[in-house]
Design a binder for this molecule. Structure first.
Ligand code: PRP
Length: 201
């Protein structure tokens, strides 16, 4: 097998490593800081989670592991042939516990790492929305007056809980997906098929 695989350095890394090892695929050892590692015919790129679809769309990587949350936000033109079954979480709207309902307001200010998803969600509800794009720690924003609510991923719910927020509604559910570059899917059919077969649940 000779493929380049883009992996997230974030929350999906542990699940990706566990899956690759379980099915007998190579995976780099340890907590190194090298961002490109070659091993047994596979070349691994370790990138920010939001960048995985970009590396795959542009063909720098043949495939990658990305959360559905990230795929919804990036809307990249890639194949998404496999739900890998780990990294389950939900994208939600959350507000200060017991605070005013942001869904009732005619206009809402929302802090998020997911501007596209958040805009589309509120616009579909017929609410005008002002999106404040943040790079992380978005749970801080409502309490400090930066936004009325947030759109963010919730896994255990601890971060919401510990920052005085509660879920108002679910926007989407998410899990880790294998994504494949459209050209690689055809040009490297045999290797891609072998990888898909190995990783299929
Ligand atoms: C994500 C997300 C929440 C948290 C949710 O952040 O943005 O902050 O995880 O997990 P929980 O429901 O289990 O508490 P991440 O760790 O990716 O860090 P970031 O906020 O810096 O992006």
């Amino acid at each position: 097998m000779s493929l380049t695989v883009a992996l997230s350095k974030g929350k999906l890394l542990a699940g990706s490593e566990a899956l690759f090892r379980r099915v007998g695929l190579p995976f780099p050892e340890g907590e190194g800081r090298r961002l490109v590692v070659e091993m047994d015919g596979l070349r691994f790129l370790f990138v920010k989670d939001m960048d995985v679809p970009t590396y795959v769309e542009y063909g720098v990587a043949d495939c990658g592991v990305a959360g559905r949350d990230v795929l919804l936000e990036m809307a990249s033109d890639v194949y998404e042939p496999l739900d890998l079954g780990f990294g389950r979480c939900r994208l939600v709207v959350a507000r200060p516990r017991g605070g005013p309902d942001p869904l009732g307001a005619s206009t809402v200010r929302v802090a998020t790492k997911y501007p596209r998803v958040a805009s589309a969600h509120f616009l579909a509800r017929g609410q005008s929305v002002e999106v404040v794009k943040l790079a992380g720690s978005v749970e801080l924003a409502p309490g400090l007056g930066l936004a009325d609510c947030i759109v963010d991923v919730v896994e255990t719910g601890r971060t919401l809980e510990e920052n005085g927020l509660e879920t108002v509604e679910e926007v989407a559910s998410s899990s880790a997906r294998l994504i494949v570059n459209r050209a690689s899917y055809h040009a490297r059919r045999a290797d891609v098929a072998k990888l898909l077969e190995s990783l299929a649940p």
